[in-house]
Ligand binder design. Sequence first.
Ligand code: GCU
Length: 404
Amino acid sequence: MGFAQGDANYDETKVPKFTLPDLMTSFSGNPITTEKEWEENRRYEILQFFEKQVYGKVPGRLDEYSYKLIEENNKAYNGKARRKQVAITLKKNKKSVTYNILIYLPKKNPTAPVFLGYNFYGNHTVTNDPEVPITKAWVANNEAFGITNHKASERTRGVRTHRWAIEKMLDNGFGLATIYYGEVDPDKNDFNDGVHPLFYREEQSQPKTNEWGSISAWAFGLSKAMDYLENDANISNVIVFGHSRLGKAALWAGATDKRFAGVISNNSGCGGAALSKRKFGETVERINTSFPHWFADSFKKYNNNERTLPVDQHQLLALIAPRPLYVASAAEDTWADPRGEFLSAHYASSVYKLYGKSGIDTAELPAVDQPVQHTVAYHIRTGKHDVTDYDWEQYMTWAKTFLP
Ligand code: GCU
């Protein structure tokens, strides 16, 4: 798998000297001073860059989109929740992909804000609810979960409940919508399955240089889930959430689709919230080598060449402005570069200011377990690369205050 995490640079004094590309100066050198200039010029050119040179473009439109309510029940979680399972079908060139959204909504509220997030091993892993079918899609093998043939089994039901504080969400008036990411695009280095082949022309077997890798495909899946969610009468707002590689996808979905009311990046690291030019922990070369299918092919020209990147990840975060954005790190997750994630949120805040919103003013990393919450929020919590109840508690406090 390419590089060992232990070989990376974790020494602050070895971070190369670099100049961050300025958010408020266009690629051609013009100063950006108003919201209008940001929206019409600078935001647009940054978005284009990320689209063509980093994550890759979605190569066209679907021929057909449909959703089907597979099942609905109002007795989930001891009667606290209404459960819905919705199948989304995407069609193009006579090919189709179907994926399932598992939704829990707090019954006490007729409409509720919802966190939308991908899970890593199947919808049945986030809950012990026996009514959630085991995914039939390809899953990564995992010894601890007893997955050896890329198939999930009953044995994996509920194995990831600790990452999804569902009862807490329900008690706080939030819902959850979750999707197994492998149903949208299996996370392996080929382009023969998932949504990519739907868009191929005859004889084509992989996306073109500037076209979508898997992160962009996952972000597309989130947007298409939003096509359903925004029409569900029990849902008021959707906050897109993701952990790690799925945090990268959540950020890109939030940047490209303004219907997401808020965005949460949990330990998203390299290619997510962390600044690439710091080359701290995982680097562009490492990520493109270990996961050659995640980004557009064109991103590979920045392997060990971050210096020449005309953008950095604070600009990805700025694309989300003025919508609420939460970036979270974990103290032991040095591979994801907590300081780089923090600085990104700090630098992106200048665009929030343009909109009269408050962000992270200080460039000094807050103490562990001391969240700083404005429209842009950040925390670094004790512990490892993971999603914990602590993380969800902070997200809910922030969402209650800053969500429209
Ligand atoms: C690897 C990868 C990270 C990614 C992580 C995850 O560690 O290098 O970029 O965020 O997997 O998704 O858990």
